[in-house]
Design a protein around this ligand. Structure first.
Ligand code: HEM
Length: 427
């Protein structure tokens, strides 16, 4: 430590840039040096402490009192006055939404809102996921080439998300644009000019959520999480407020859809890049559930999450002061050799694959994890059965929406010989 007792910033720590090419290309590889040498460090350019080892990331997730989730959805890049004015024009007032809520408010809400996420409720969604997946594959199965993101992996999870939420199906392209704006607004580093355009879309997204909510309020008897929450409000008006409903309406779309679309694209890309593993699951589909976990571990769709330190504490032996903001790089934890043998390898038979932290951990752990898992399993089952000869289009460049947290390729081009399809259409 320096004479003043402050933590010295190493050259690598001061060079750390989560918006730079290295992190954007491969977050866990970009912080490998940190896992090995300096697992908890302060990043002056970000203004955050960065945590990269498995045990430390898990310990932070586990203690949501010392490590408050309140900053989870804060804009990581301070916004311009103009962008703020744009958001205000739309009455944007995104507030607490489970994921960024402290105790004692959080747990009572989580309990009141949990029922639609239970395995008993989720089984009702599987036939729809399977039917949709088959329909989308039918559309391109004879084409020999497809961008799986544009032609399937974005819209199917979005449709499932809307169905799960109980929201009427809307213009998919518009919702995709809104969701990406939300990601950039929350975890990105938009330039001042981009900020205004992003704010316009976030503002419209907010208004759209309000309109849908008003419509559902008139008749909240239907299926889905939002009608369920509107009904729950009648019994627990103090727990579920109006502003709360509006916030979960918008956040719910993002939580349920973009995460899953990205996870699916990451998984298929990873498996095709490791062709022998793809062939292994084609030959034995009973490996698929664990393959899903292994893909979520190796190439999850949430690369990093955030917490606020509420009291002076120590993380991995490093003193961290009250008020410090943490970037907890769960994608790095998932590649920590101290917890996973040969962590960079894809092993669909790995016995501790489910230990990954892609869904977080502890009292805020992802409520939608089993819905996401089911979707990913159905995608892999359908694709390995109907297109086992699928291959990546060679030499394609993968691009990512620049941000710290939500991660998946914007396009995923695959090809195959339609004449060799095991079946021409759905049996
Ligand atoms: C929370 C990831 C899919 C709903 C979270 C958190 C993460 C996450 C990292 C924060 C966990 C923490 O703070 O400990 C993912 C990933 C998904 C996915 C990687 C897909 C592969 C979904 C889906 C839904 C959903 C499909 C809804 C249908 C939620 C909710 C929370 C949450 C409501 C807040 C829980 C709380 O704070 O109590 N998710 N998620 N997620 N997720 Fe997901």
């Amino acid at each position: 430590a320096s004479a003043a007792g402050r933590c010295p910033v190493s050259p690598r720590a001061s060079a750390f840039d989560p918006f730079g090419a290295e992190y954007q290309a491969d977050p866990p590889a970009a912080v490998r040096w940190s896992r090995d040498e300096e697992p908890v460090f302060f990043s002056p350019s970000l203004g955050y402490w960065v945590v990269t080892r498995y045990d430390d990331v898990k310990a932070v997730f586990r203690d949501n009192i010392t490590f408050s989730p309140s900053i989870a959805l804060e804009k990581i890049t301070p916004v311009s006055a103009e962008a703020t004015a744009t958001l205000a024009k739309y009455g944007y007032a995104m507030n607490r939404t489970l994921v960024n809520e402290d105790e004692p408010e959080h747990m009572p809400r989580r309990r009141v809102l949990m029922d639609p996420f239970t395995p008993e409720q989720l089984v009702h969604h599987e036939p729809m996921v399977r039917r949709l997946t088959r329909e989308y594959v039918d559309r391109f199965i004879d084409a020999g080439k497809a961008d799986l993101v544009d032609e399937m992996l974005w819209e199917v999870p979005l449709t499932v998300a809307l169905h799960f939420l109980g929201v009427p199906e809307e213009d998919m392209a518009t919702l995709r644009k809104y969701s990406i704006a939300h990601t950039v607004n929350t975890w990105g580093r938009p330039s001042p000019e981009e900020q205004v355009a992003v704010a316009e879309n976030v503002g419209k997204f907010w208004q759209y959520a309000g309109t849908v909510l008003d419509k559902l309020r008139k008749d909240p008897s239907g299926h889905g999480w939002i009608p369920y929450s509107i009904r729950a409000q009648r019994e627990h008006p103090d727990v579920i407020t109006d502003s709360y409903l509006h916030s979960i309406m918008m956040a719910g779309i993002v939580a349920a859809h973009e995460t899953t679309a990205n996870a699916a694209a990451n998984a298929i890309k990873l498996l095709l890049e490791n062709r022998e593993v793809w062939e292994e699951i084609c030959a034995d589909p009973s490996l698929i559930p664990n393959a899903v976990e292994e893909c979520l571990r190796h190439s999850g769709s949430v690369a990093a999450w955030r917490r606020l330190v509420t009291r002076d504490t120590v993380i991995g032996g490093v003193p961290v002061p009250r008020g410090a903001k943490l970037l907890i790089v769960n994608s790095s934890a998932n590649r920590d050799e101290r917890h996973f043998d040969n962590a960079d390898e894809v092993d669909v038979r790995r016995d501790n694959a489910t230990d990954h932290l892609t869904f977080g951990y502890g009292s805020h752990q992802c409520m939608g994890k089993n819905l996401a898992r089911m979707e990913l399993q159905v995608f892999l089952e359908e694709l390995t059965r109907r297109l086992p000869h699928l291959d990546l289009v060679p030499d394609q460049e993968f691009t990512y929406v620049p941000n710290t947290s939500f991660r998946g390729p914007e396009h995923l081009w695959v090809q195959w010989d339609p004449a060799a399809n095991p079946e021409r259409a759905d049996p």
